[in-house]
Write a protein that binds this ligand. Structure first.
Ligand code: SF4
Ligand code: SF4
Length: 81
């Protein structure tokens, strides 16, 4: 079982706003975003946050690059204090 590492940030994605452009996936330095198979109400395959951080991965840093690049303003970033 992989130990949970404490991440410094997390994001919330509004899956109904997402248009499936995947710019956020391309821009995330730590590969914290992945596609979902189920479509949203608009018929796009939205993205979701990979909450679980595996041993060989880095968690979300709260850098907000994903939120900055998102043309639909579908991502909110939270940083741990
Ligand atoms: S950048 Fe925004 S609209 Fe594009 S896939 Fe990511 S969350 Fe969806
Ligand atoms: S805030 Fe930064 S590290 Fe976290 S998911 Fe967005 S781009 Fe990736």
């Amino acid at each position: 079982m992989a130990a949970q590492k404490k991440a410094k940030g997390k994001i919330k994605i509004d899956r109904e706003r997402c248009k499936g452009c995947y710019l956020c996936i391309q821009v995330c330095p730590n590969n914290r975003i992945e596609t979902e198979k189920a479509l949203n109400k608009k018929g796009y395959a939205p993205v979701r946050f990979k909450e679980e951080v595996k041993d060989n991965e880095k968690g979300c840093t709260g850098c907000a690059q994903c939120a900055t690049v998102c043309p639909e303003v579908a991502i909110e970033v939270y940083r741990a204090k």
